[in-house]
Write a protein that binds this ligand. Sequence first.
Ligand SMILES: O=C([S-])c1cc(C(=O)S)c[n+]([C@@H]2O[C@H](COP(=O)(O)O)[C@@H](O)[C@H]2O)c1
Ligand code: NI
Length: 452
Amino acid sequence: MSDPDASSSDHPVRPAGRPGGVGEAGEPGEPGGAGQDGAAGASAWVDASSGASGDMLLGALLGAGVPLAVLQAAVDAVSPEPVRLEVEQVRRGGFAAVHCHVVVADSTTHRTWRDVRALLGAADLAPAVRDLALAVFARLAAAEGAVHGHPADEVHFHEVGALDAIADVVGVCAGVVHLGLHPGAHPGGLTVSPVAVGSGTVRSAHGVLPVPPPAVVELLRGAPSYAGPAGAPAQELCTPTGAALLTTLAAGWGPQPPLRVSAVGVGAGGRDPAGHANVLRLLLGDPVDVAARADGPGGAPGAGDTFTEVVLETNVDDLDPRVWPGVLDALLAAGAADAWLTPVLMKKGRPAHTLSVLVVPARVAAVRDVVLRETSAIGLREHPVTKHALPRTLAGVDLDGHRVAVKLSTLDGRVVTAQPEWDDVARAATALGLPARTVLARAAALARDLLD
Ligand SMILES: O=C([S-])c1cc(C(=O)S)c[n+]([C@@H]2O[C@H](COP(=O)(O)O)[C@@H](O)[C@H]2O)c1
Ligand code: NI
């Protein structure tokens, strides 16, 4: 929710940078709705070490280069009353930041989850934006229902169902879809840092609540969060809207993933307390394939091509084979570099599978946990392995307006392979209505120009 006390202005936003090849299509609406997917897909990291709220996320998206018109068009499509997004350049504890004000007339209308769902259902929104906004409000309704003891459908939102909160959610979803960062759009997606929730108490429609308030606790279940940051005055830093947005949008949690950063958005919270910068940062860029290197002796990207990883292995003869695809997905989601099955004939002549997982040392524990939880194995072997890999970077080629990432590998300073990323090829083929092998051949031909 935006801060009603903060001053506002009509200043146009000055982006901190334009993402390379991202958001450039930027048409104001796809056929049949506001909130065009104006990007071919990118990766990003949200720094929520000072918390998160709807207006902080809106400011960060604007600062990272999303046009104000994209957010406003989506908000206009949903809101039954005029809602204006206003942008102000502010300072927060040493950061130049963008504060997005959501300006609405005073209203005491309370909405249920059913009301909000009807508003979103009737709105002329791009399908991806509508689906995402529905998912955010469904999470809010489930959390409110759980903490107040009501079925989700009957949940009566107070602050979080007001027009400014609806504008926060819809605007953020439109911005995220515009950047191609929504779940399922791109393998990289959005990684979110552990979330600072603040401390102390907060006044709300429910009266005085402890921080984190119950809805935030419920929404952040399973996500990393903590009180703080240290030295900050006691205050609420993560609102229910911020928590619902982050947990719906996050493809993963943790420190900044390897990124070639091309744009930074700094979104301001309403207050500017002494002692900490009340901002949320969005770092946008292309993924760099250096995750393994960062954990190994090679250190910095491209600095070396030999490092240590771990192979976990176990022979399994008693798991229903239909379970295996989900296991492999879960292993990759837990950070495995690869996971595969080999048919074997094991002791007592039993047909079985060897499950093998390659993973960087820092992610062994998470991967081991998946193996022991998701399969019937009751033990496993772990071998450190020495891995040699060529330094690689990502470039891109354009196929009739669809960006296909190309992985470049370098030997002795020369680019020796240029491989189009399959997921991008498949997506472009679907969008263009062409066979994937045709699109792959065209992407490979363009990629050949990137070879040295
Ligand atoms: O609106 C509701 S029902 C509501 C529930 C809770 C619970 O934790 S339960 C908390 N709040 C407080 O409302 C304000 C505004 O939140 P936004 O997400 O709309 O920015 C915030 O202080 C919450 O703690 C509201
Ligand atoms: Ni509540």
